[in-house]
Design a protein around this ligand. Structure first.
Ligand code: SF4
Length: 960
């Protein structure tokens, strides 16, 4: 049963889950006469234990934002897109307009409907809707955020950072944070770092900028953006050269000892050798790999108990096949990556690199942890204890958001593995439902036939390709998706490429679409590259005078820059007004010791005519007759979203639904069990969170832990229970490379992409300059420009928040004083920052906390005039700026008229941090940001400027 919001004049305290950022802390919302008076942390919540940050406490100002959309809006007949002229309509009109259009598209060609979402927490539902509709054109924000981090790690160790896993700071002795924003994984990480430092741990931060977490690091190692991969490779080089790696761990749990086919003429060249006489066990994850027994000097099945495999050498098998251990190939590759080589690229002194490598190596070797926990490995080995090496890392977008980020992330995962720190105490720990298989078993569809009129999509829109056979392409090798995901251009684009959608749809490449629905993403401003051009594309018309993107639906809670371009605006609720789930089917909030999921329950009724977007999807799905949402007779199956959450099962009778807690008719089952009509009540009565603690024997070594694997398969967290062997050497990448080289039968890339795939799909990590360097005269544009989220704000949502605006009313470009002096730019002076693709006028702030070849700013603080209902002359529009104007979504190809996406060539991750710039003083008297934009008019239903801040301080809120 749904949890009813309190009466509109209620007084009291309600518990729910914060959504001022993605950390999902528990909060208490204090109401007086139906009004939010105060928000504090819930001391009983396992994630934050009562801790709240500035953002969380400022949720009040999000709730009462003057930019709240409160009524569905339709672009006025004859009004130009972008002019912001709308008329209110009823929900019934909105539903009927949208359902009629979508029903036609679904009947004619479902892929003409594209559905992309931002940093929402309901991707299991939005993905289900898209799949049931039948469109392949669905993804969330991952492709332009941090897919390189997810893909690079998951294709290597079966897990990643953030919601998927993290540093075990409770036991680590050395913590290395690299490429992390000043406030990523906010409260939980702050709490963990505070305890770590109090316990005497050493904290090293590697980042071009020293702010946020880096400010409290024991050592800051400044590094040039886009060069982290070179540093990591040089550290690996040092560990290998000095023998400071965990040989036992590598032998048992990685593919270090697997013999790799060394015969260049072989069709399986570069792939692990298999023993045809041994059972494969699982065709997706073959178990019959081979080692070379270094004592008996003969081939042997990999992981044979009691055998110690050779890690170096070349071996000839009885049939004449030659094999080299994967570790030997890694070692050979790493020899070139000396500390001196890396110093040239990264700016980090060679001595520092050697010292860091040594410190990591000896901390891992000499401060071993041993816990009295018995466990059994997947090959039957019994272990009396769990051991660990206390070196922990945390990394994120600073590594990922480069066009070389996938291979950089692979290098990090391999470094962590060499140190023997994967799912062990003091190192990296997985969070349920991870670890996943390498690669995970879910695959995207692999032919255009998966898209059928009036039918669900024949597969999941997003998955994990293992070979060219899993690409979503047609017989001629052309992409099926509008964003070109899972094509030869971006074969491992596991989160889609949201940043290519508008350009591709505008160009009709690979085809035109009819309707683009955007939820919670500011695609006409800070959530896009090439902002000025993207805004033009949204308004552009074809020869017949029709918009090139014919219909644009924007679903949001606020009047953003993007709402102006909509044909239909659907007003969403805030997080305080709705039910939500942070589901095990999606991105839950698990802890190292077991699965955790959580919910939000409404603490206020919806404002105006706002509806939770989930309700909109359920209603539309019912009207469209999408099979999972209707009964056999076509009648609507679910009363509302809370009813859907309780009764939906992945398959009839599977017992697996969105929520893991209090399942079963009596609410006494977990993870798997029949629907429980009282499930929402149980969550509401338990701080909105469910936490299942695994037995200790299942909490570590989960890639290879027999007990855990069997349990996880039983509760359907995993499909298979084969061990997840770390891929120091990537079989998947070599498979793509063989296709590119024409050695593999079956699907072949188009000729113009063969060289690209062969180069980047390297089974061993390597460093190359970001693609943008090739397209840029780096003498003319010598500096790197990067952004990061401010600690007090989360994306665009909060730079309109009346309280948080007082912390950052506008942003500066931070420039090292030496760099600024060389350019003749004074502190606080107006200046230009220019890339090959555009220029922005902004204010300078001298800062020694940035390395000299980098400039940086906070993202999403600058606003278009009138957007977010900020008052005329608001600092955010007059002085605030976004660097997006400087970043191109496509790059020219040298010697050709072709253009290439500014993305990682394997995953399609947007290369946000690759842009090169130069800086110079602005003209005297120029004291406003540029480029400038026409002011957006107020949308009907928004309240406009309200002096809520002062009224709150006075103890009563009145709209005046
Ligand atoms: S860290 Fe994020 S989820 Fe936690 S209180 Fe702050 S804004 Fe809310």
């Amino acid at each position: 049963m749904a949890i009813a919001p309190p009466a509109s004049d209620a007084t009291g305290v309600r518990k729910t889950t914060c959504y001022m950022c993605a950390c999902r802390c528990g909060i208490r919302v204090h109401l007086r006469n139906g009004e939010v008076r105060y928000i504090d942390g819930n001391p009983d919540h396992p994630i934050n234990r009562g801790v709240i940050c500035a953002k969380g406490a400022s949720g009040i100002m999000k709730q009462y934002s003057p930019a709240r959309l409160t009524v569905p809006l339709r672009r006025k007949q004859g009004a130009e897109r972008g002019a912001g002229e709308f008329e209110p309509i009823s929900w019934d009109e909105a539903y009927s307009m949208l359902a009629t259009r979508l029903a036609r598209i679904r009947h004619e060609d479902p892929k003409k409907f594209a559905f992309f979402t931002g940093r929402d927490q309901m991707q299991a539902l939005t993905g289900l809707f898209a799949r049931q509709f039948g469109t392949p054109n669905y993804a969330a924000h991952g492709g332009f955020c941090s897919v390189n981090m997810a893909a690079g790690m998951i294709y290597t160790i079966g897990g990643s950072f953030w919601e998927f896993g993290g540093p075990d700071l409770a036991r680590a002795r050395l913590f290395v944070m690299i490429g992390t924003a000043e406030d990523h994984h906010s409260n939980p990480l702050k709490i963990a770092i505070a305890k770590f430092k109090r316990a005497g741990g050493r904290f090293v931060s590697i980042n071009p900028v020293r702010t946020g977490y880096s400010a409290i690091a024991d050592e800051w190692v400044p590094i040039r953006p886009g060069t982290d991969g070179a540093l990591l490779l040089a550290i690996i080089h040092e560990l290998l050269a000095t023998g400071l790696y965990d040989r036992e761990f590598l032998v048992r749990y990685t593919n270090a000892g697997y013999l790799i086919d060394a015969a260049e003429s072989s069709p399986t060249f570069g792939l692990p050798l298999s023993d045809p006489a041994s059972p494969e066990v699982n065709a997706m994850y073959p178990q019959n790999r081979r080692w070379w027994d270094r004592i008996a000097n003969q081939p042997v099945a990999a992981h044979t108990p009691g055998v110690d495999p050779s890690l170096f050498g070349m071996f000839t098998l009885p049939d004449g096949t030659k094999g080299i251990p994967a570790f030997a190939l890694l070692d050979e590759r790493m020899r070139q990556y000396t500390a001196e080589w890396a110093e040239e690229i990264t700016g980090v002194p060679a001595d520092t690199i050697r010292r860091l490598a040594h410190e990591m190596g000896i901390t891992a070797r000499d401060q071993k942890i041993e816990l009295p926990i018995a466990w059994t490995d997947c090959w039957g080995g019994e272990h009396a204890t769990v051991t660990g090496n206390p070196v922990a890392f945390h990394a994120m977008r600073g590594l990922a958001a480069h066009s070389n980020g996938f291979q950089t992330t692979r290098a990090l995962a391999i470094l962590m593995s060499l140190l023997g720190t994967i799912d062990r105490p003091g190192g990296f720990r997985h969070k349920s439902p991870f670890p996943r298989a390498i690669p995970p078993s879910a695959k995207p569809p692999n032919s255009p036939g998966a898209v059928r009129p009036d039918m669900p999509l024949g597969g999941l829109a997003l998955g994990w390709p293992a070979s060219p056979d899993d690409l979503f392409i047609d017989d001629d090798g052309r992409p099926v998706r509008i964003d070109k995901g899972f094509s030869w251009e971006f074969p491992l684009s596991v989160h889609g490429l949201m940043h290519t959608v508008i350009t591709n749809a505008w160009r009709g490449d690979p085809y035109r679409i009819d309707t683009l629905m955007i939820f919670m993403a500011n695609m006409a401003w800070n959530s896009t590259m090439n902002t000025v051009e993207i805004r033009r594309m949204l308004n552009d018309r074809d020869e017949q005078g029709e918009y090139k993107i014919p219909f644009l639906v924007v679903c949001d809670a606020f009047q953003s820059e993007t709402t102006a371009f909509a044909d239909l605006v659907l007003p969403d609720t805030t997080y305080l007004e709705r039910h939500d789930v942070m589901s095990m089917l999606d991105r839950p909030i698990s802890e190292f010791d077991g699965p955790v999921d959580s919910v939000r329950v409404p603490v206020l009724p919806p404002t105006g005519q706002c509806k939770p977007f989930q309700e909109v999807l359920i209603e539309l799905a019912g009207r469209l007759g999408l099979p999972a949402f209707v009964n056999a007779d076509g009648s609507r199956k679910f009363r509302d979203y809370p009813d859907f959450i309780v009764r939906f099962e992945t398959e009839p009778g599977s017992g697996i639904g969105f929520l893991a807690g209090w399942r079963g008719e009596k609410g006494d089952r977990f993870l798997k069990g029949a629907p429980n009509p009282a499930q929402w009540d149980r969550y509401a009565a338990n701080n909105c969170v469910y936490h299942y603690r695994l037995p200790e024997a299942y909490q570590y070594m989960r890639n290879w832990n027999k007990g855990y694997m069997e349990w996880a398969q039983e509760v359907r967290l995993r499909r298979f229970n084969e061990p997840i062997v770390i891929q120091l050497y990537s079989e998947v990448l070599q498979t793509f490379r063989l296709a590119a080289e024409g050695r593999r039968p079956g699907r072949q890339p188009p000729d113009h992409l063969r060289e690209r795939i062969a180069r980047y799909a390297d089974p061993l990590p390597f460093w190359y300059p970001p693609l943008e360097r090739d397209a840029t005269d780096t003498d003319r544009f010598p500096l790197a420009a990067i952004t990061q989220r401010p600690m007090a704000m989360y994306h665009a949502w909060d730079s309109q928040n009346a309280w948080l605006r007082q912390i950052h009313a506008h942003n500066y470009l931070f420039v090292n004083p030496v760099t600024a002096a060389a350019a003749g730019i004074a502190d606080d002076a107006w200046m230009w920052v220019e890339s090959p693709w555009g220029r922005v006028r902004c204010m300078a702030r001298h800062s020694e906390a940035v390395e000299p070849s980098t400039v940086w700013t906070w993202n999403a603080i600058g606003k278009a005039p009138g957007a977010w209902r900020l008052a005329p002359g608001a600092n955010e529009a007059e002085r605030g700026f976004i660097l997006n104007h400087l970043i191109s979504d496509e790059l020219p190809v040298a010697g050709s008229t072709a253009r290439v996406s500014n993305s990682d060539p394997l995953t399609g991750q947007a290369g946000w941090y690759d842009v090169r710039v130069r800086i110079y003083p602005a003209e005297a008297g120029d004291t406003a940001t540029a480029p400038g934009f026409a002011a957006m008019p107020a949308l009907p239903g928004t309240a406009g400027a309200v002096p809520v801040t002062l009224a709150y301080a006075g103890g009563a809120r009145e709209r005046r």
